[in-house]
Design a protein around this ligand. Structure first.
Ligand code: GLU
Length: 343
């Protein structure tokens, strides 16, 4: 204040105004300060640590065996700073979260319209592996994040054989995560032995012309992609790559075209959390995707990606602790893209 002493009253007022504005700017920038982020992660970790509501998924037998106490939180900023809390080493299968990254691969390969034309981008209003939803519009009004659309998306990846297609998918996931991921063979075997329903879905999608005659191969590759092992840090970096317009902020590699990202996030927003996608968006405003392995990723565009792993799921199939922790952290850090202050 002493710098303004001796100036005219108007200048003092102007000075005060500038200080006020500067303070305002600093306060909002401080939302993503080191301390705030660390505090938000710590608070959410502690608050939900003792929460043991929900159950592991068990329709895939191997998932019932996963340690349900795993609980890890990772936030990665769009600038590539990594913040962690809890168990960030234990791996679970990526499951449905994989659908997001195969979607990105096909968008780069065929442009963004192919998916819109093939299986659409609308929420089905039915469960993620619904057969009724396929019947309703002959497989047309689906999206790449429900099983029918996801298997068809995997079926669109070009390649002369299984290995070449799988190689492309694995490379895409590795680049999103910034490291070599591996398939959890026990999960793959367990799901492959029990995925009759997904084979039926793929067969129906073939019957309606959304997937070619290699629909069983596509189902198997889809099952393999769902069995990729990830820890909370991998998922955090994958989410942050989406928060940073498709460029991995840790490796600095552009993994998917920046143009794809708003469309990927739009489908995540409408269909990412199964039947509770609407409730989730209402609460957080964040595009997100969950998997029955217990992971959830969420994206605050331009700000951060966040991931939580905790295998106990609610009735809709979403991790109980992950939903709560992500919502708290994002709200503490101003992550909701719909929330602005009036000018
Ligand atoms: N592989 C699982 C399935 O197709 C994925 C389910 C999920 O995570 O939503 O049933």
């Amino acid at each position: 204040m002493k710098y303004f002493i001796g100036f005219r009253k108007g200048s003092v007022m102007l000075g005060l105004l500038l200080i006020g504005l500067l303070n305002g700017a600093l306060t909002s920038a401080a939302d993503l300060s080191d301390n705030n982020i660390k505090q938000a992660l710590r608070d959410a970790y502690q608050k939900y640590r003792g929460l043991d509501e929900g159950e592991n998924a068990d329709y895939i037998p191997a998932l019932a065996e996963v340690d349900s106490s795993i609980y890890g939180i990772v936030l990665v900023t769009a600038g590539g700073k990594v913040y962690t809390e809890g168990d960030v080493k234990s791996e679970v299968s990526i499951q449905s979260i994989s659908k997001v990254f195969t979607m990105a691969l096909v968008m780069d390969q065929d442009g963004t319209q192919e998916l819109v034309q093939n299986m659409g981008v609308d929420a089905t209003g039915q469960v993620f592996n619904s057969i009724v939803a396929i019947e309703q519009y002959q497989g047309a009004e689906m999206n790449p994040l429900v099983n029918a659309g996801a298997i068809a998306t995997t079926g669109l990846v070009d390649g002369k054989d299984y290995d070449e297609i799988w190689g492309k998918i694995a490379r895409e996931y590795n680049e999103f995560a910034g490291r070599e991921l591996e398939v959890l063979e026990d999960v793959y075997q367990s799901e492959a032995a029990t995925n009759q329903r997904n084979r039926a879905i793929a067969s129906l999608m073939h019957a309606y012309g959304h997937i070619d005659e290699n629909f069983l191969r596509a189902t198997d590759i889809y099952t393999r992609q769902c069995s990729v092992g990830v820890n909370a840090k991998d998922l955090g970096v994958m989410a942050a790559t989406l928060a940073n317009a498709g460029k991995n902020p840790v490796t600095n590699k552009q993994v998917t075209s920046a143009e794809n990202v708003p469309e990927i996030l739009a489908v995540m927003a409408t269909a990412g959390l199964y039947d509770d996608a609407g409730k989730w968006l209402y609460k957080t405003g964040l595009p997100a995707k969950s998997g029955v392995g217990g992971g959830i990723i969420a994206v605050s565009p331009g700000k951060f990606g966040i991931a939580v792993i905790s295998p106990r799921l609610d009735a809709a199939g979403n991790s109980v602790r992950a939903q709560k922790a992500i919502a708290d952290i994002s709200n503490a850090l101003g992550g909701n893209p719909y929330e602005v202050t009036p000018r």
